[in-house]
Design a protein around this ligand. Structure first.
Ligand SMILES: [Ca+2]
Ligand SMILES: [Ca+2]
Length: 331
């Protein structure tokens, strides 16, 4: 029996080595002279000095809170790439915070009085009034028809579900910035365990429009990377799924050696006129893959037929810009 176990173990190890070999062989130019960084990208290496930034939730006041994630202040920093450019990590913008629909850290959970607490953001006076629910791992900012609507009240953790209300006219262009926040700025790692976090967000709007595979989503910050040349340019946008996303990168042992790729954000990406036809279609993710946090699971029914979306890489793509134009109410 023991011999059999050893034999099986040997086969498993050899199999693992073989697949490791294949994975390395498929990584373009890994370690070789042909290694090339995807056009338009800037490379940074190492951890940025960071500071806590002003978000309303830095500690939980609710003693009955039962969530998986701890309350973690939102930290931000800046990194300088090898080409001399400076990058904010994470790249956030100022503006009013969204009302929480579920927050069991500062609140007691589901906010059933949300309708009377919401203020309507007037984007187009002659538009229709829309109420939207958004859950993001970890953070979002929302623009509609080029106008800022609201941003997530919690940058890092715990998780929360937000509600917004706005008046806008069709065609209605949603531009949503989503950030898989980190606690070690610049290398895409979090907590004392240097864990590779993951992202994902879901949104449902009261005219029936919702996040799904018909949205577009492109990544603008990819980390942590052992070899930054693993990210490829494809006809359908950037693709980081050739990188070692299934395992913790080797650089996590020496975080100061982790690399990141940054891409300039187009100045007009939020506007209806922006041409997003070269961005990849969004990838849908099963809810259980994105989160088991009760700030989603306890209110999941309000998202109806919406689906969690992100790019093809839930772990390494940390700044994701997503767009969708609704021509009218969804049937
Ligand atoms: Ca959040
Ligand atoms: Ca995350």
């Amino acid at each position: 029996m023991r011999q059999l176990t050893i034999a099986i173990s040997a086969v498993l190890v050899m199999g693992a080595l073989a697949s490791l070999h294949v994975a390395r062989a498929q990584t373009p130019g890994a370690g070789g002279p042909a290694a090339q960084i995807i056009p338009g990208a800037s490379v940074t290496t190492g951890i940025a000095p960071s500071r806590a930034i002003g978000h309303p939730t830095v500690a939980c006041s609710n003693p009955k809170r039962q969530v998986n994630a701890m309350a973690m202040p939102a930290y931000a920093g800046t990194v300088t790439s090898s080409d001399g450019k400076t990058w904010a990590i994470p790249m956030t913008e100022e503006g009013p915070f969204a009302l929480d629909y579920f927050n069991d850290c500062n609140g007691t959970g589901e906010n059933t009085g949300y309708a009377s607490q919401l203020q309507t953001v007037i984007i187009d006076k002659d538009g229709v009034e829309i109420t939207g629910f958004i859950h993001a791992d970890n953070y979002f900012e929302l623009w509609v028809n080029g106008r800022f609507v609201a941003r997530d009240s919690i940058g890092m953790t715990p998780f929360n579900t937000a509600v917004v209300r706005f008046r806008a006219r069709y065609p209605m262009t949603y531009a949503l910035k989503a950030i898989d926040w980190e606690t070690h700025q610049g290398i895409g790692l979090e907590y004392n365990t240097y864990n590779v976090g993951d992202g994902g967000f879901i949104g449902y709007f009261s005219d029936g429009n919702r996040t799904g595979p018909d949205w577009r989503a492109e990544t603008f910050y990819i980390a942590p990377l052992d070899d930054p040349s693993c990210v490829r340019a494809t006809a359908a946008g950037r693709d980081s799924t050739f990188c070692s996303q299934a395992v913790r990168p080797a650089c996590a042992q020496k975080p100061e050696t982790c690399n990141a790729l940054h891409f300039p954000v187009p100045g007009d990406w939020r506007t209806p006129a922006f041409n997003d036809s070269r961005w990849p279609m969004a990838t849908t993710w099963p809810p259980a893959v994105v989160t088991d946090d009760q700030s989603y699971t306890r209110v999941a029914q309000i998202f109806r037929n919406a689906e969690f979306i992100w790019t093809k890489n839930l772990k390494l793509d940390n700044l994701v810009l997503a767009r969708y134009t609704a021509k009218g109410p969804a049937k």
